[in-house]
Structure formats: structure tokens, C-alpha cells
Design a protein around this ligand. Sequence first.
Ligand code: DX5
Ligand code: ZN
Length: 215
Amino acid sequence: MLKISASILSADFAHLADDIADAEAAGVDGLHIDVMDGHFVPNITMGPAVVTGVASVATVPIDAHLMITDPRKYAGEFITAGVSRLCFHPETVEDPMALLEEIRDMGAEAGFAISPDYDVAANAWLLSRADYLLVMTVYPGFSGQKFMPDALENVRASRRIFDRDIAVDGGVAPETARSVHEAGGNMFIVASAIFKKTDRKAAVAALRAAAFGEG
Ligand code: DX5
Ligand code: ZN
């Protein structure tokens, strides 16, 4: 089943509750929080306090994508704040397996986020231990970047070794949705193609239609 999680990175932060309600009414399956620390990536975004606020109004599950140099230090705070799925970039920690286990022990599903240059085949055993994978089709850091078609190879390589959710993150839009879905991505993480559109219902419908080749 195709799922869509709306990344609030492109929402209007002055009217976040309204944008969340609008995305939920449009039929998204989840909300995606992009956490950036200005070290692992050049941008600074949201912390646990924002998740607490989002969780107080959200009716769909919240997943967080940690783009920070020390995910181990902060994972617990995000789970306490209301995140039910948490992923991190495996190269940021010494023992990625151990952090997967710690996240599970704290009650959330644990995933790996894969940057475009990450070698999926060389790390297949490790990746297969995750509850879900998030494969990036842009370099982490900002919403609104151009989709990288070459990164679909990581989606295909992940699908060969993994039968649970593969989320694809970065530049997913009606123009790219079909290729993402065909490569094996069953979850779309979408910021601009939902929140930068005025009609969110039409935007979400267009993503689903395009995934199945009707766009
Ligand atoms: C980028 C983030 C993405 C971003 C996607 O580092 O991980 O989740 O919000 O934005 P769009 O959909 O605009 O490419
Ligand atoms: Zn993300």
C-alpha cells in the first residue's frame, strides 16, 4: 500500500496547526519532521518542542528524520515528544545497530536514513535490521531541491534486500512519483509538492494517481 507522509518543513510555521489539519484532511498518512542541527547539514530546523506542539494537534502518526551529528543524545526526547517512527543516518554513530535497539526499547520504530552517496549493497546486512528505510533522493538539508534520478538506484538496491516500508524523501512530486514507486518506494515523504500547493487535496490525489501511472 502506498503511504504519504507530509514533511512540515515547507509548511507555514506561523499557521502550522492549520497546515497540519489541511494535510490530514487531504488524506496524508503521516507527518514527517526534519530535524537539522547546522552541523551534519548546513540548515537548522526543529527540535523536540516543535514535535510536542505538532503531536498536540495531529491525528496521524509522526515520523522524525534526524539529520544531526549526535542522534543518540536526542532520540529519547523526540520519542517522549510524540514521534512513533525515528530514523537517523547510520554514518553519524559508532554503533548503528545499538541505536536501532535503543530506539525500539524506547517504544518507537527504528529506521536508517540513506544519503544519495551511501553504499546500500556494502551495508545490506546492517540495513536489513531496520524497521524501515528512508532513502534520500536529494542531499539532506533543504526542502524544494531538485530530484536526483540517479538516487533511485539506492531505492532499487534497498528493495532487493528489504521487504518492509521504504520511504523516499526529496523531490517527490507528481512528475517523479511513478519512477519512485516503480523503483520500490512505497512511502512518499513530501514537503513542497503538498505544502507549497494551495489545494492540498488535489496535491495528494495527484501524487497517488501519478504513482500508479495515471498522472
Ligand atoms: C530534506 C528533507 C526532506 C524535505 C523534502 O533534507 O529530508 O524531508 O523536507 O522536501 P521536498 O519534498 O520539497 O523535496
Ligand atoms: Zn526528511
